[in-house]
Ligand binder design. Structure first.
Ligand code: GLU
Length: 356
């Protein structure tokens, strides 16, 4: 008799829960926080067909309200952390955003993060976060190439899809991602490849890691390189990063640029080298002098694809330099800035560039 009443009462509780779900129409949606930083997705111009506009004009709440059915994907909360064109993104905003994400994702009440961001430096912010976010919950950046006032603005669908990726239980453990134009890219591999077309973000070497089409999320493979919970980098207590400059090599480039960067306070220099991370003889001599003086010099390439060889025309050990492996100069700069938060041997720095 007792047993029957125990099962009956459990059954009653389950039925009441089901009934309340039907009555309120609510299933348990994931909680997603959207951190807005500006960019063209929040941009506005005077004409729907003109190319002139200003980035970072529309606030996050208005952006969310402009996307039909987005609130059916997740419980959304928007926070305006900046409102700039991403050419004005800064280390300070990176640190603020990363700290905010680490705080939010440590809470059991937050399931994922979306960041709206200009596309010019989106791959840099994504890569920075990939190295310092300490969670396997999804962090997804998105943006748009057309401002909100343009004909066929693609921002609303990109935002819808980014929220779908962040809300999907499939998305855990992929590190920081960029979701735009129906594609999901890893922070490590994504590159802005075109100045204005909507298909600007591509991962030409490792390929996109997944797709998201009208909210349907699919993953194809894991991202390349260590990230988030397996990363050794931390910004706990960090208020600024060491200065690292990028030197763009070309025929007959001026060797004294290396000395100028060192004099200006650079603790590290990334060479956007010609070909396989090469530079002319004068620049190479200036680099050797700089590394002897304790400045870290990393050789990347201005060529869009391919890794820089540790033993190629330049043998790194002969000049005290390090190869960026397949990282482009702007991402190599971020990895070098974070690496220089502690003293490292040249060998350890090379390990870092191979692993991340
Ligand atoms: N300069 C703009 C930015 O990065 C344009 C790129 C965009 O958002 O599409 O914010």
């Amino acid at each position: 008799m007792k047993k029957i009443s125990f099962y009956a009462s459990n059954f009653l509780v389950v039925m009441l829960l089901v009934a309340s779900t039907i009555v309120t129409g609510q299933t348990k949606l994931p909680n997603i926080v959207i951190l807005a930083t500006g960019g063209t997705i929040a941009g506005a111009g005077a004409s729907a067909t003109g190319s002139a506009y200003t980035s970072g004009q529309v606030k996050i709440d208005a952006m969310i309200d402009a996307v039909p059915n987005i609130r059916q994907l997740a419980n959304l909360k928007g926070e305006q952390v900046a409102n700039v064109g991403s050419q004005d993104m800064s280390v300070k905003v990176w640190l603020d955003v990363a700290n905010r994400i680490n705080t939010l994702l440590a809470s059991k009440d937050v399931d994922g993060i979306v960041i709206t961001h200009g596309t010019d430096t989106q791959e840099e912010t994504a890569y920075f976060l990939n190295l310092v976010v300490k969670s396997d919950k999804p962090v997804v950046l998105t943006g748009s190439m057309r401002p909100s006032t343009a004909l066929s603005a693609e921002g609303p669908l990109n935002l819808y899809n980014a929220v779908a990726v962040a809300a999907s239980p499939k998305s855990k453990g992929y590190g920081v991602m960029v979701a735009m134009n129906d594609e999901i890219h890893s922070a490590h591999s994504v590159k802005k490849m075109m100045t204005t077309p909507v298909q600007t973000f591509q991962s030409p070497e490792e390929g996109m890691i997944g797709s998201v089409v009208f909210g349907e999320v699919d993953f194809f493979h894991k991202p390349h390189g260590l990230h988030t919970t397996s990363s050794e980098f931390s910004i706990d207590g960090v208020k600024s990063l060491p200065r690292v400059d990028i030197l763009y090599a070309c025929a007959d480039s001026s060797p004294d640029l290396v000395d100028l960067m060192v004099k200006a306070g650079a603790k590290g220099i990334v060479i956007a080298g010609v070909g396989d991370g090469n530079m002319n003889a004068g620049t190479l001599e200036a680099v050797k002098k700089a590394t002897k003086a304790g400045v870290a010099v990393v050789r990347a390439s201005r060529v869009p694809l391919g890794a820089v060889l540790i033993k190629g025309e330049i043998v790194d050990a002969d000049y005290g330099t390090v190869s960026a492996d397949e990282l482009n100069p702007q991402k190599a700069r971020i990895l070098l800035m974070l690496s220089l938060l502690k003293d490292r041997s040249r060998e350890d720095l090379q390990r870092v560039f191979i692993e991340y």
